[in-house]
Structures are given as structure tokens and as C-alpha cells.
Design a binder for this molecule. Structure first.
Ligand code: NAP
Length: 276
């Protein structure tokens, strides 16, 4: 880790240039890597798919074999795999090959699950920071200003290194939200999971833009498009690995039924009025 002169806005600790090893170089891993590289951090990647060519263009060393990746000198190992594959990916990594104390960071869209898995599989001397950037390649395409970064310092002993990592987001203008993984999942089930579910329902209905869109309908079309741009693995991960999501799905179903019953009741009242 090499020191630089800037300092973190959330603490007086100096920030450092980091060597960041990315596990899972799909859409989101690539998206994050671009900003890290722009900021002068060193990145390297490993993934199930062979991204050698793409990595060559980005000047990011790509490791097909996870052992040299783990043995490389990483300050941070950044987990960007799908929610569904997290356990399989971490359990398949020979973590004893790690040469030094490392900060493990995840960016999964659920938080209790990666916190539990990381604490279970990692050696005790590894630090753990759980994060959720509440934006993606579309919403964060031009800039990250004011976009939320939710995080919990689950097991952090090296504060300078952790603060240097968080500074990547701070320096882009993100709104830094420190919150427990449990609280994140509670809130996300009622916001992110709900909006993804409604987007998927709208896609199932096949809604399309019309020549007479209202502003509200345009919002629905955009919601459908943005949620279906994300993989179905991501959406199902939001449900399977967030213990609060099932209740929200039931709430959605019950509320739909209530609204439907109110409409049917009103229709029957109107019909009996007009038949007098
Ligand atoms: P994703 O479909 O959730 O995850 C794709 C990544 O998971 C790829 O790197 C893929 O590897 C890896 N993967 C999937 N199944 C695997 C398996 N069986 N074994 C090994 N690796 C596997 O799509 P994503 O959008 O890139 O998201 C990555 C992570 O970031 C997710 O945890 C998501 O919740 C989180 N996140 C995404 C966004 C967003 O806007 N997209 C925002 C915030 C957080 P290969 O590419 O090598 O196949």
C-alpha cells in the first residue's frame, strides 16, 4: 500500500493507493474497476469466465488460476460475484494460500448473507467490510455524485486501509451511509426488492411505451427496463438471501388483492345503482 497526500472526509486518516483483487469480473465488477483504475489504484481480476481479452484492453492482469491471484500482493479482495454463487465461489478458494492480512470487501445487494459467509469461511486475521453501492452501470454511468454507498465495518482492525477503500466512493461524491447489515436488508426488502418485483411483473405483462404516455406510465416503462437489465440471478438473490423479502412479497400480493376487491365492490355498487 503506498501513501498519498489526500485525506478521507469521514476521518482524519490518510488515504492510500490500494492493490485491489476483484473476484467476479462480470458487469458490476468491470464497472467498479474502471473508477478504481481512474483513481490510480492497481486492480487485478479473476472470474469463472475467461476475461483475458477484455482485461488486456483495460490493462488489468487477469488470473485464470485463483492460486496465483490469492498469492498476489492484494491489500483488498473485492467480491463482485452473484449473490447465488457467493458460497460456492468462496468455498472453492484455497484461502490458506493468502500471503498476508487482507481486507475482504463484498458489494452484494443483500448484506446479512455475505457477512455470515465471510465470517464463516475467512481466517480470523482477515478484515471484513460489507458494502452495497446503491447504483449500477446505468444509474452511475456518468457520475456517482449523491448516490448512496451503504456499508458496515464488520471486522476492521486496519482502519487506514478500510478508510482508503471507502474513500474511493467518498471522493466520487457518494452519500456514505453506515448501517448494520440487518437494517440494510430490512430496508432493501421494502425498497429495492419491491421495485425489482414490480419491474418484473410489468415485464411479465409486456408493457411497452405508447404514443400517449403519461409521466407515471413513463416511470413504469423505465422501471421495467432498469430491473430487467439486471440478471435474473441478481433478482432471485434479492429474494432467496434476504430474510425480509418473503414478507414483502406477501404484502405485495395482499395489497394487490385488497385494491382489486375495492374496485370490484365499487363496480357492484355502481351496477346496483344503475339497475334501480
Ligand atoms: P450478477 O448476475 O449478480 O453476478 C455476475 C457475476 O457473478 C459475474 O462475475 C459471474 O462470473 C459471477 N458468477 C455467477 N454465477 C457464478 C458461478 N456459479 N460461479 C462463479 N461465478 C459466478 O450480475 P452483476 O450485475 O455483475 O452483479 C455482481 C454483484 O454486484 C452481485 O452480487 C450484485 O448483487 C452486486 N451489485 C450489482 C449492482 C448492479 O447494478 N448490477 C449494483 C450493486 C451491487 P462470470 O462473469 O465470470 O461468469
Amino acid at each position: 500500500m503506498s501513501s498519498s497526500s489526500s485525506s478521507s472526509s469521514s476521518s482524519s486518516l490518510p488515504t492510500q493507493t490500494l492493490k485491489i483483487g476483484i473476484v467476479g469480473f462480470g458487469t458490476f465488477g468491470q464497472f467498479l474497476a474502471k473508477t478504481m483504475i481512474k483513481q490510480g489504484h492497481t486492480t487485478r481480476a479473476t472470474s469463472r469466465t475467461d476475461y483475458s481479452q477484455l482485461c488486456h484492453q483495460l490493462d488489468v492482469p487477469f488470473f485464470r488460476d485463483v492460486i496465483p491471484f490469492l498469492e498476489a500482493d492484494n491489500d483488498v479482495i473485492l467480491i463482485c460475484t452473484s449473490i447465488l454463487s457467493l458460497s460456492e465461489v468462496l468455498n472453492s478458494m484455497p484461502l490458506r494460500r493468502l500471503k498476508r492480512h487482507t481486507l475482504f470487501v463484498d458489494v452484494l445487494s443483500v448484506k446479512e448473507h455475505p457477512r455470515n459467509v465471510l465470517l464463516q469461511v475467512l481466517p480470523e486475521n482477515m478484515d471484513v467490510l460489507c458494502t452495497h453501492p446503491m447504483f449500477g452501470p446505468e444509474s452511475g454511468k456518468n457520475r456517482w455524485k449523491d448516490l448512496p454507498l451503504v456499508y458496515e465495518k464488520v471486522r476492521v482492525r486496519d482502519e487506514t486501509r478500510c478508510s482508503s477503500f471507502l474513500h474511493i466512493f467518498e471522493s466520487e461524491g457518494c452519500r456514505m451511509v453506515e448501517m448494520s447489515c440487518e437494517e440494510h436488508d430490512k430496508v432493501a426488502a421494502r425498497s429495492q426488492f419491491l421495485s425489482h418485483s414490480i419491474g418484473r411483473i410489468l415485464a411479465e405483462m409486456g408493457i411497452e411505451s405508447t404514443s400517449m404516455n403519461t409521466k407515471s406510465f413513463e416511470t413504469l416503462v423505465k422501471l421495467k427496463e432498469s430491473t430487467t437489465n439486471d440478471s435474473f440471478d441478481l433478482f432471485s438473490g434479492l429474494f432467496i438471501h434476504n430474510r425480509f423479502a418473503q414478507q414483502e412479497l406477501m404484502n405485495l400480493e395482499q395489497s394487490f388483492e385488497k385494491v382489486k376487491q375495492r374496485l370490484l365492490k365499487k363496480m357492484s355498487e355502481q351496477q346496483s345503482l344503475s339497475s334501480v
